[in-house]
Ligand binder design. Structure first.
Ligand SMILES: Cc1cc2nc3c(=O)[nH]c(=O)nc-3n(C[C@H](O)[C@H](O)[C@H](O)COP(=O)(O)OP(=O)(O)OC[C@H]3O[C@@H](n4cnc5c(N)ncnc54)[C@H](O)[C@@H]3O)c2cc1C
Length: 427
């Protein structure tokens, strides 16, 4: 046989072996879904997620306010992935790295040749009394739906003749954590509530507080963007409490400590954006971890002892990434492209790559009319930043097809918020 024929025959054997290799991706968020899109068709790929859709979390605030719709930011996997990726909707309950098997809540067991760990983090209530039981998380679509329903129910309880002081007490909402998420959420909630007050001709005003332990809001961000966020919080009438520690959450209130003295407030809801912690499935893995419990990964995104296991996104500690990138979608989605390349290289026996991850800038939604954008070292705010954020995020959505559909919808149908109408009129 000629040399070229041997080469082509070898390639055929290799691609058949690759096609048979079983790759299981756990998690279908920024890290997992974008990895699946990278390696679709290169092997026998299965994506396991506890939900049936991807979620573009940076726009969950706009979903709360009705500026965007569910299909824009939470497309079903079956719309994004072709037949060359199998999807299993179930929760991974245990990972056995020795036998290379995954146990799922639906009693299924999956074997893998290559495993991608991308199940993200969960809300961290940092042991505050009552926080887990009584405060509301804000990480998923249903959390936004619940919060909107709570705001509507609280407004519906207020008769038009209720005195302003009583109204303020009944309509107090506290957001815990003034990182980007807390500032975005509190301004969005305040704008929606003020708008509803106006429409319903209620007396007085609602009260939205954002409570932060450190001495400043958006602690991980630079001063340029902080100034814009502070201004937006003022314009949305959000009360900012820095150097304040939440000590207790009850079914209808919050207690916090400021300069050594404690204060308790009645609240219509407390929303917790205070932090992220390890997923329990990862906590149980006996592999090298960072002091915060994140999986230590090699520059190739492989675990050091298990070369057929890749970890990325919020559960992985990548030593070369700047601390401001840690725990962000922009890191997860850049890692997905590296993971996709390296998984294919691993299967083909090629050399794997490493990559320096870039800071792609910041974009914060601030209330229903404004945003803040930091790009190429320059920050700007206001309505223009809101438009820029929509344009930027159109380009970050998964798949060209979805981007085009959503971009057209935002362009032609607009992104006007949906007011908090009385329950019977809400949809
Ligand atoms: C409200 C909000 C706003 C945010 N805004 C921004 C922003 O503006 N910019 C930014 O860069 N970052 C932002 N982030 C952070 C960003 O969402 C995360 O860094 C990013 O999603 C991490 O990607 P990931 O794939 O690691 O995890 P995730 O996106 O959380 O995905 C994890 C996936 O795993 C699934 N899963 C979890 N447990 C299991 C299990 N046991 N079995 C199977 N599946 C499981 C989940 O359902 C999910 O699909 C925001 C986060 C939130 C919550």
């Amino acid at each position: 046989m000629c040399f070229l024929c041997l080469f082509v025959a070898d390639l055929g054997v290799l691609s058949r072996a690759m096609a048979k290799a079983k790759i299981v991706i756990l998690g279908g968020g920024f890290a997992g879904l974008f990895t699946a899109l990278e390696i679709a068709g290169a092997a026998d790929v299965t994506l396991v997620s506890d939900s049936d859709h991807f979620l573009f979390t940076p726009m969950l605030y706009e979903y709360l306010s009705g500026e965007v719709e569910e299909w824009h930011i939470a497309p079903r996997y079956k719309e994004l992935l072709e037949d060359n990726v199998r999807t299993v909707q179930s929760s991974a309950t245990a990972i056995d790295l020795k036998s290379q098997t995954i146990s799922l809540a639906n009693q299924q067991t999956l074997n893998y040749d290559v495993l991608v760990l991308a199940i993200g983090g969960i809300t961290n209530y940092v042991g505050v009394e009552g926080a887990k039981e009584f405060s509301k998380p804000f990480r998923k679509l249903e959390h936004a739906d619940n919060l909107r329903a709570l705001m509507v129910a609280a407004l519906d309880r207020i008769p038009p003749d209720m005195p302003a002081l009583d109204v303020r007490r009944e309509l107090t909402f506290a957001v815990v954590g003034a990182g980007a998420s807390g500032c975005e959420l509190s301004t969005k909630m305040a704008d929606l509530l003020y708008d509803a007050f106006h429409r319903r001709a209620l007396q007085g005003e609602p009260r939205v507080l954002v409570i932060e332990m450190s001495d400043r809001i958006v602690p991980g961000m630079g001063d340029q963007i902080r100034v814009i966020v502070e201004d937006a919080l003022r314009q949305s009438h959000v009360e900012v409490h820095t150097e304040t520690r939440v000590v207790k959450v009850t079914p209808d209130g919050i207690t916090f400590e400021q300069e050594g003295s404690q204060e308790s407030l009645k609240t219509a809801a407390v929303v917790w954006t205070g932090g992220v912690k390890m997923n329990p499935v990862i906590e149980h893995l006996d592999v090298e971890k960072s002091p915060r419990g994140l999986l230590m990964v090699q520059p190739t995104l492989q675990l050091s002892q298990q070369v057929n296991v890749f970890a990325l996104g919020d559960i992985a500690f990548y030593p070369d990434a700047s601390p401001t990138l840690a725990g962000t979608a922009q890191l997860a989605f850049q890692q997905a492209s590296l993971a996709g390349n390296n998984i294919k290289a691993y299967l083909e026996g090629r050399e794997m790559k490493t990559r320096h991850f870039e800071e792609l800038g910041e974009a914060l939604s601030l209330g229903t009319e404004r945003a803040a954008v930091l790009t190429a070292g320059k920050a700007f705010g206001g309505a223009l930043a809101r438009q820029a954020r929509f344009a930027l995020y159109t380009s970050r959505l998964p798949t060209w097809h979805h981007r085009l559909r959503v971009g057209a919808s935002w362009f032609f149908e607009g992104t006007t918020p949906r007011p908090l109408l009385p329950l019977g009129l809400e949809r």
